[in-house]
Write a protein that binds this ligand. Sequence first.
Ligand SMILES: [Zn+2]
Length: 92
Amino acid sequence: MQTSAGIRHLADVRCVHCARVAGQWEWATDAPEGHGTFRAGDGAEQAGVLWRLRCSACGGPVYLEEERSIHAQEMPDFGPMRRGRKPRQRVG
Ligand SMILES: [Zn+2]
């Protein structure tokens, strides 16, 4: 028996106006429609609603590109976490 729980979807978020990929949108099959997590190019994550997303460069509306399904068990590796790499910004 197969259940849709645990399956997540991932798609690139692209701007309609300037065609930049602002980041990735990830959502669960069983989440309310439009609800998910936006993962920006710099790795920052923000839970929210899809239609509230705006392009960070020009503020234009965005759309989802090709969607792919991923199982929770086989979450892709989003690259090495770069910890301990804080910029030195202690002036004064
Ligand atoms: Zn844009």
